[in-house]
Design a protein around this ligand. Structure first.
Ligand SMILES: Nc1nc2c(c(=O)[nH]1)N[C@H]1C(S)=C(S)[C@@H](COP(=O)(O)O)O[C@H]1N2
Ligand SMILES: [Mo]
Length: 197
């Protein structure tokens, strides 16, 4: 079996099997934000799962921290072609949050403080695939990277991982969010290179 070290870019010929097609490795952590960084005090922070009409459940900062917090080691892939391997995060699984929410809707619109939105099927948030991330690399999430809390959905392109997450809106149909209205793919699988329309 070939031994492929992390950091091998495949320039010698062989592709790095950890790198989706068309991606390159980066060691730093680029900041990509469509607008200014909102600063939300944790005392004012709330996260809710809701429908158009009703709030199904709300968590304060302290209520969220009373839930199990998991370690997540994962690769992340931005549609602008950088990938970062072996990143480490801590956060609350969406499985934990949805365990006490009843819904028949199959789609979710993520809403951020500051107004950013992105759409994702509910199935992609469940089954150990998505978290409300609170820490990166052992420290509280930097505001530029989405602190106090961001969505982390590492199996999809990173624009789906909404920074400054404020809530999830349940929807019966798949509606486009901010980037999806501006030409990005509705789903965004990096292994299938689902970048744009
Ligand atoms: N609220 C919000 N979330 C966002 C964005 C944004 O502009 N606003 N940009 C997205 C994009 S395009 C990417 S690649 C990642 C970048 O996260 P980073 O700045 O922590 O690298 O956040 C995603 N989440
Ligand atoms: Mo991105």
């Amino acid at each position: 079996m070939a031994v492929i070290s992390r950091g091998f870019t495949g320039r010698g010929g062989e592709a790095n099997p950890e790198l989706p097609p068309g991606q390159y490795l980066t060691a730093d952590f680029p900041v990509l934000s469509a607008g200014p960084t909102p600063h939300i005090a944790t005392a004012d922070w709330q996260f809710s799962i809701r429908t158009d009409a009703d709030t199904l459940q709300t968590w304060s900062w302290d209520e969220l921290h009373a839930l199990p917090i998991e370690n997540i080691d994962t690769d992340i892939h931005c549609v602008t072609r950088w990938s970062k391997l072996g990143t480490s995060w801590r956060g609350v699984s969406l499985d934990t949050l949805f365990a006490t929410v009843e819904t028949t809707d199959a789609y979710v619109m993520a809403h951020s403080y500051g107004g950013y939105t992105t759409n994702v099927p509910l199935a992609d948030l469940l089954g150990g695939k998505a978290w409300i991330a609170l820490e990166f690399d052992g420290v509280n999430l930097d505001p530029e990277h989405g602190g106090p809390a961001r969505l982390l959905i590492p199996h999809l392109y990173f624009w789906k991982s909404a920074k400054w997450i404020r809530g999830l809106e349940m929807q019966s149909t798949d509606e486009p969010g901010f980037w999806e209205q501006n030409g990005y793919n509705m789903y965004g699988d990096p292994w299938l290179e689902q970048r744009y329309w």
